[in-house]
Ligand binder design. Structure first.
Ligand code: HEM
Length: 511
């Protein structure tokens, strides 16, 4: 049962009693009435607009509502006000013009606990600690220091996947969700932690199971939207217990990684063998000064947690959506294969540099992220001060959801063939991730944008290039490629509902 269903089943019986109470409260909010607030779809007392999301994917339901109520709407989830942004123009106002007014994150119980009381980068409020942590994250994990090792690990891990696919008996169907998940865990764990922890179950659960549960806990609870009664219900519904258990498993896992690094004395490891966790441990032993950050044990754990929760699923989901779209569009597959194969020829290995000669591949990845941004509503933000957006007033403490999924499917921007997978639309379009174009925002933008956008996109490109260079792909059981099911699943990160199973055929080269 998802959170909205639980909410409604608990709240409807007490709905009418609380209705009267709500009426009384309303009179005290008369000052709000003088503001020019964004349009609000019909809301109900107590639950606000939650009924409009019931049983639907949030990003899709919100996109539908925006078609009637406009690109900036004010909704209430329980007692909490949210503005919903559904156009590139408003997204630009929020993430560029007013970035400083919207660069903090709201408080949720799950994020608080799983980030050691907001010590991480992704969910922390905007403050000096966040600035330091983001600096450390970028310089020690994503910056040039780690780039050489990152390239080497990525290429080696991808080679392993190619080898394992080549050795399969002909006609074997491969679950690409599992295959690509193992690949990404392999890359991320090796770069960040020095070794691949993917096969090691922890307290009987796999890393994937632990992270899947964490994702659910990060998605919010009743207590986050109904402060007093919601907390009580969280306790009785078992949600609070689940959160404690999830934290205990994830913390245990992170502690194991940290202990293994601490047990190696520094003398044994050369500078270029050091991974992200070694770098954090080095920083933790430095004295605090203005340009060198002193890290506590919980700071380190919170950063490791961000790598696990932010850096794995998002990339896997993008790869799987890309392969799904390419598989159901034979024209695109052929065009892409011919670009990759003519560029690489019989070279035994595709390297990162080769990607610079593959413009169509880059368009395919952009088109994938336009239609399938893994985090369709980005991460929630919160307004810090009174401001005007799109001619409407937005109050401090209002939460913000930016509908990246809807913005990427806006016919006003993308034309009538908006739902079609058509990479060629990028041929004459000035668009780069991290640039000034807000027509699609899969990585967010501004101060809180994804710091890994460039390496993430390259990892996806390199993987897709290899999968299409070495293999021709078919759908199992005589299905037609174009009949592949594309239904979505999830809320914080949205993946395919059913796993993507395809049959790789070793490519035969013409003599
Ligand atoms: C295709 C892959 C990825 C996608 C689509 C993606 C998407 C996003 C999005 C939408 C946000 C929130 C942006 C906002 O609020 O404006 C974000 C933030 C973040 N991402 Fe990614 N991400 C990806 C890969 C990664 C990877 C590989 C890492 C780390 C190894 C990572 C680490 C982070 C962190 C730390 C933040 C928080 C930034 C902040 O709040 O300051 N992401 N990402």
């Amino acid at each position: 049962m998802d959170i909205i269903t639980i909410l409604l089943s608990w709240f409807l019986p007490s709905f009418f009693i609380l209705f009267l109470f709500n009426k009384l409260l309303k009179s005290s909010k008369s000052s709000m009435a003088t503001s020019n607030l964004p349009p609000t779809p019909l809301k109900l007392p107590i639950i606000g607009n939650l009924h409009q999301l019931l049983g639907k994917h949030q990003h899709q339901a919100l996109w539908q509502l925006s078609r009637t109520h406009g690109p900036l709407m004010l909704l209430h989830f329980g007692s909490k006000p949210y503005i919903i942004v559904s156009s590139s123009a408003i997204a630009k106002q929020i993430m560029k013009t007013h970035d400083l007014d919207f660069c903090t994150r709201p408080f949720y119980q799950g994020t608080k606990q799983l980030t050691y009381n907001y010590l991480d980068v992704a969910f922390s409020p905007y403050d000096d600690h966040w600035k330091e942590m983001r600096k450390v994250f970028v310089s020690e994990l994503l910056g040039p220091k780690r780039a050489g090792y990152f390239n080497h690990v990525t290429e080696t891990e991808i080679e392993g996947v190619v080898r394992s696919l080549s050795s399969l008996p002909s006609g074997t169907s491969v679950n690409l969700d599992n295959k690509l998940l193992a690949l990404v865990f392999g890359i991320v764990c090796k770069v960040a932690f020095g070794k691949s922890y993917r096969e090691e179950p922890f307290r009987g659960a796999t890393l994937k199971e632990i992270l899947d549960e964490a994702k659910k806990m990060l998605g919010g609870s009743m207590g986050d939207h109904f402060p007093i009664l919601g907390r009580v219900l969280d306790k009785f519904s078992g949600w609070s217990g689940r959160l404690d258990e999830c934290f205990s498993n994830l913390d245990g896992y992170v502690q194991m990684v940290l202990d293994e690094h601490l047990n190696h004395s520094d003398g044994e490891i050369s500078e270029n063998e050091k991974d992200f966790v070694h770098a954090l441990i080095d920083l933790s032993s430095k004295e605090k000064s203005c340009d060198q950050c002193y890290l506590t044990k919980d700071d380190m754990k919170a950063l490791i947690m961000d790598v696990l929760t932010g850096g794995t699923d998002t990339i896997v989901v993008t790869m799987v959506w890309a392969m799904s779209e390419v598989a159901r569009n034979p024209r695109v597959m052929q065009k892409l294969q011919s670009e990759i194969r003519s560029g690489i020829g019989r070279k035994p290995k595709i390297e990162r540099l080769d990607l610079t000669n593959m413009p169509y591949l880059k368009m395919v990845v952009k088109e994938t992220l336009r239609l399938h941004p893994p985090a369709p509503l980005l991460l929630p933000r919160e307004c810090l001060s009174n401001c005007q957006i799109g001619g409407y007033d937005v109050m401090p403490k209002t939460r913000v959801l930016i509908n990246a999924w809807g913005i990427g499917r806006d016919p006003g921007t993308w034309g009538e063939n908006v739902a079609e997978f058509y990479p060629e639309r990028f041929v004459n379009l000035e668009f780069d991730f991290g640039g000034d174009n807000f027509d699609m925002v899969p990585f967010g933008a501004g101060r809180r944008s994804c710091p890994a956008f460039s390496s993430a996109a390259t990892t996806v490109e390199l993987t897709i290039a290899n999968l299409l260079h070495w293999f021709d792909w078919e759908v199992p059981n005589g299905l037609k490629m174009e009949d592949l099911d594309m239904e979505e699943n999830g809320s914080l990160v949205v993946s395919r509902k059913s796993p993507l199973c395809l049959v790789p055929k070793n490519h035969t080269w013409q003599e």
